[in-house]
Design a protein around this ligand. Structure first.
Ligand code: PLP
Length: 221
C-alpha cells in the first residue's frame, strides 16, 4: 500500500518534471524543498522514508527543536532556512542549516560571514529580493540588489542564487521572470521561487529550487 505522504510526494515530483519538460529543462535541475514548518516530526518522517531529503523551515528555534533527532535518523537530510533571519541568530542558523534563503541586508551578510568563519561551516546563501517592492515584505529592494551582491561577495559569502516571494493574489509569472533576469545579470545560477500554488509556473521560468509546503503536508494549523 502506498502511504499518503508517498503519494503526495510522487504527485508533486511528477508535476515538477512535467513543467520542466515543457520548458525543455531537465527535471533533475529542480530541487524540491519540502517546507515542514509547523509540522511535527511524525508528519515529516513519512516523507523521509519515502525518499525526500531536502526540507525547509522558517524559524531557527523550531528547527533546532525538531531536526537534530531527525538528522540522527536520516544523516543525509538537507535543511534550508527559508524565513527571515535575525542577525543575533546567525550562528545558530549556520550551525544547523545547509542553505539560508533570507539574506536581505548588509548587516546580516556581516553576521553570517562572522558565524561562518567561527564555525567553519559554509551554508549556501540565497539573496532574498522584495520582487514586488512591497513595504511590509522582507527582502532587499530591487534597486539595492547590486549593492547587496557586492557586500556578499566582499564578505566571501557562498552566494548561490536569488530568492523571492511574489505579491499575493496576482499573476506571479512577471515577478519570477524579473528574478530570473536579475540572476542572469549578476551571473547567479540559483533561483529559489515557487510555492504550492505556483511552483509549476516557477519551474517553466527557471526555478532551481521550489518551496512546497501545503501541497505536501496539507494545510498548516
Ligand atoms: C511557508 C513558506 C513556503 C511554503 O508555502 P506553501 O504555500 O505552503 O507551499 C514557501 N516559502 C516560504 C518563504 C514560506 O515561508
Amino acid at each position: 500500500m502506498i502511504g499518503a505522504a508517498e503519494e503526495r510526494l510522487g504527485e508533486i515530483r511528477s508535476r515538477i518534471d512535467k513543467a520542466a519538460r515543457l520548458a525543455q529543462r531537465k527535471p533533475g535541475e529542480v530541487t524540491l524543498i519540502a517546507v515542514s514548518k509547523t509540522h511535527v516530526p511524525e508528519a515529516i518522517r513519512p516523507l523521509l522514508v519515502a525518499g525526500q531529503r531536502v526540507f525547509g523551515e522558517n524559524r531557527v528555534q523550531e528547527a533546532e527543536a525538531k531536526w537534530p533527532a531527525l538528522k540522527a535518523e536520516f544523516p543525509d537530510a538537507v535543511l534550508h532556512l527559508i524565513g527571515q533571519l535575525q542577525s543575533n541568530k546567525a550562528e545558530e542558523a549556520v550551525d544547523l542549516f545547509d542553505a539560508i534563503h533570507g539574506v536581505d541586508r548588509p548587516s546580516l551578510v556581516t553576521a553570517l560571514s562572522k558565524a561562518m568563519e567561527k564555525s567553519g561551516r559554509r551554508p549556501d546563501c540565497f539573496l532574498q529580493v522584495n520582487i514586488g517592492d512591497e513595504p511590509q515584505k522582507g527582502g532587499c529592494a530591487v534597486a539595492e540588489l547590486p549593492a547587496l551582491i557586492e557586500a556578499a561577495r566582499t564578505a566571501d559569502l557562498p552566494v548561490v542564487g536569488l530568492m523571492c516571494i511574489p505579491p499575493a493574489d496576482v499573476e506571479p509569472a512577471p515577478y519570477f521572470a524579473l528574478l530570473a533576469e536579475l540572476a542572469r545579470r549578476n551571473a547567479l545560477a540559483g533561483l529559489s521561487m515557487g510555492m504550492s500554488g505556483d511552483f509549476e509556473t516557477a519551474v517553466t521560468i527557471g526555478a532551481t529550487h521550489v518551496r512546497v509546503g501545503t501541497a505536501l503536508f496539507g494545510a498548516r494549523a
